[in-house]
Design a protein around this ligand. Structure first.
Ligand code: FAD
Length: 315
């Protein structure tokens, strides 16, 4: 069976959930091999984790030299691995960095690229949601090794025993890949909540909150959810831009999305329409958000959210 390379999404060796989702999807296409570009000392720990999701091999690429630069060296390392392993496909998380690596890799190896897939079926047929979620497209790469980026929460991680054999891979980084150096990086401020684009549950607030996000946050925390927002809430300065969901914000695809005090403008929908279950709380029963919800509550969020938080907390 052909190998399928999966780029491990991690922070300093801490493997993130989208990696397990990609490994689960990779098993539909072939034999998953994880590609870990990170500190050499972390490879064994990473292998322990990813083999539980079917990774037969773990290519360990020491990032001692790579980590000081933006994405170009990572794309080069992947190119060299593709040339060595001749995989059936390469799966990469649909993060900003992942998509840039994927684009560069596709150019380097002359392959077709599909970004932001929400599913990949046997035979490499992908599903994408386009035009603000108004169309669903089935597509497949017809040239070269398929490079596919997959959105977080596109699959439920399923465990499967793999060998997890670590294979050191010494990538050569060219001078031309070292043109953009990282001079400083600041870790995300710890909120204790999951990362917005990876969270299984997202609770969002809009202009209807009136600027007080405490009820949105309390409900999110009762569910272990991330907190998101509409642009109106962000532009009003109530929450940081990193919370914004939509056309000019982040795209989320959680299992459950709760929109409170959000009207459902097309630009907001563009960032959340692929959520599996959508719930809206809005005091206007004519609000457009109700056109796409699975469950809707017509009511004042200042009443509904505290009541819902209490119910969840009591369980
Ligand atoms: P509103 O549209 O004002 O809706 C507020 C809602 O809250 C109303 O439906 C109201 O009935 C309800 N409400 C009020 N009080 C309560 C209460 N007490 N309880 C319950 N419900 C209540 N928007 C984004 O979100 N993300 C984007 O990325 C984005 N990008 C954009 C890009 C461009 C180029 C443009 C032109 C616009 C963009 N917008 C974006 C803005 C978008 O068009 C809307 O203006 C915005 O989404 C509205 O935010 P909102 O739903 O919070 O506010």
């Amino acid at each position: 069976m052909s190998e399928v390379l999966v780029l491990v999404d991690h922070v300093d060796g801490e493997v993130k959930k989208p990696t397990y989702e990609l490994l689960t999807i990779a098993r539909r296409l072939g034999e998953p091999s994880a590609v870990f570009i990170g500190p050499a000392g972390s490879a064994a720990g990473v292998a322990e984790k990813v083999k539980a999701y079917g990774a037969e091999k773990v290519y360990a690429v020491d990032d001692a030299e790579i980590k000081n630069y933006l994405v170009a060296p990572k794309a080069e390392a992947l190119q060299q691995l593709v040339e060595k392993a001749s995989p059936a496909a390469v799966l990469i998380p649909s993060t900003a960095e992942g998509k840039e690596i994927a684009g560069r890799l596709a150019i380097k190896i002359g392959s077709g690229l599909i970004t932001d897939a929400v599913d990949v079926a046997e035979g490499g047929i992908t599903t994408q949601s386009v035009f603000a979620g108004n169309y669903t497209v089935a597509a497949r790469v017809t040239t070269g090794t398929p490079i596919i980026t997959v959105k977080p929460n596109s699959a439920t991680p399923e465990e499967a025993a793999g060998a997890g054999a670590v294979e050191e891979f010494a990538a050569t980084v060219s001078d031309s890949a070292k043109k953009a150096q990282i001079v400083a990086s600041q870790p995300r401020q710890a909120t204790g909540r999951p990362e917005l684009t990876e969270a299984a549950i997202v609770v969002s607030g809009g202009r209807g909150t009136g600027g007080d996000f405490s009820e949105v946050e309390a409900f999110a925390d009762s569910l272990g959810a991330a907190v998101g927002a509409s642009r109106a809430a962000v532009d009003s300065g109530w929450v940081p831009h990193s919370y914004q969901i939509g056309q000019t914000g982040k795209t989320v695809s959680p299992q459950l999305y709760v929109a409170s005090g959000i009207s459902g403008a097309i630009q907001h929908r563009a960032g959340m329409q692929t959520s599996k279950t959508i719930v809206a709380i809005n005091k206007d029963e004519e609000a457009p958000i109700f056109e796409l919800v699975d469950f809707g509550v017509v009511g004042d969020l200042h009443t509904v959210l505290p009541a819902a938080t209490e119910q969840v907390t009591q369980r």
